[in-house]
Design a binder for this molecule. Structure first.
Ligand code: 8YV
Length: 324
């Protein structure tokens, strides 16, 4: 009889996830705990039925073209899937799955952390204290931007955008949003819809990017659009760094047109634009949006639900990603 299906994982995962992976599959975890490049991944995948990968692993058309014929599935441990060329996979009859929903709350939480951290100058305060430079309170020390009652524009009102809006409403923020389509009233909850995202910009005291990385969103936040934001606005990004033109954002943070930025994601991460390191008015995190024990376990279990449906039961993966 045939043995268990074989799964090659590009990363190590939380212990309970690895235990279930090992129980149900003949699994191999990347011993290097760093990314395989294209040819090395293709070599390593020889004889494997599926690859369990993560955001940042470049499963582009060139890599997918060189994958061995044994590979029938790519399950990414992420909701974003711009790193997997789904059309190239479809051509080779490789199914792709992702992990939506389970990371919505954790990512919306960190969006508020970035918003508040940027508005309230958390980086400057924390580093002043840690550097033993806090000589005492003064009435004008570290005055930030008030959050309550301000306008928040959300670019991309999907699951994470909506969960961000729900949290922002507790701060009595006025929600504006732009999305491919307008939400039904029960989901919109009074937020102001802008059919053209450019038209939303003048209304944003805060702009939160919650859109996926696509050709249409690449470097969408550029110099021209930043100029349309009110002076003193704050940009928050917990989606993908590539949606922002780093040069333009850094220039606006230097000039003071933007008060600050709260960023969890960066183009080319972890080798981020050098300009960010010198900016006091940027609250920067190393892509930790989904990094809670509960969420990372749920993401792993969801990836496994998909692998098990397809490889053990011959079903379509519940979180099948279709080529657009
Ligand atoms: C992860 C993410 O931290 O789900 C995504 O799209 O970016 C994050 O949840 C990570 O990239 C996992 O692959």
């Amino acid at each position: 009889s045939k043995g268990k299906p074989r799964v090659l994982a590009t990363r190590h995962f939380p212990p309970d996830v690895e235990a279930r992976l090992a129980a149900n599959f003949d699994a191999q975890l990347n011993p290097e705990d760093r990314l395989y490049d294209g040819p090395a991944l293709a070599r390593a995948a020889d004889g494997f039925d599926a690859i369990m990968c993560a955001a940042g692993d470049a499963l582009n058309a060139a890599t997918i073209a060189t994958l061995p014929a044994s590979v029938r599935m790519i399950a990414t441990f992420s909701v974003g899937y711009e790193h997997v060329d789904v059309a190239a996979a479809a051509k080779r009859n490789i199914v792709v799955s992702n992990t939506p929903d389970v990371l919505t709350d954790a990512t919306a939480d960190i969006t508020l952390l970035c918003l508040l951290g940027a508005a309230r100058r958390a980086h400057e305060g924390a580093s002043m204290l840690r550097a033993h430079k806090w000589v005492g309170w003064t009435p004008t020390q570290l005055m930030g931007t008030h959050v309550t009652g301000k306008r928040l524009g959300i670019l991309g009102m999907g699951r994470i955008g909506q969960a961000t809006a729900d949290r922002a409403r507790a701060f009595r923020m006025q929600i504006h949003y732009s999305n491919r389509s307008r939400l039904a009233p029960d989901l919109e909850k009074g937020a102001v819809f802008h059919a053209n995202a450019d038209d939303m910009l003048p209304h944003c005291d805060f702009l939160s990017i919650n859109a996926p990385m696509t050709p249409a969103t690449a470097k969408w936040v550029n110099a021209e659009r930043i100029a349309k934001l009110p002076k003193g606005a704050i940009v928050v990004n917990t989606a993908r760094g590539g949606v922002v033109d780093d040069e333009a954002l850094i220039a606006a943070l230097r000039s003071g047109h933007l008060a600050s930025a709260g960023l969890d994601v960066f183009d080319g991460e972890p080798r981020i634009h050098q300009g960010y390191y010198d900016l006091e008015n940027a609250f920067l995190l190393p892509h930790m949006g989904s990094a809670t024990v509960e969420t990372r376990n749920a993401m792993g279990f969801k990836a496994l639900d998909n692998l098990e449906a397809f490889l053990l039961r011959g079903q379509s993966p519940p979180d099948l990603v279709k080529a657009s």
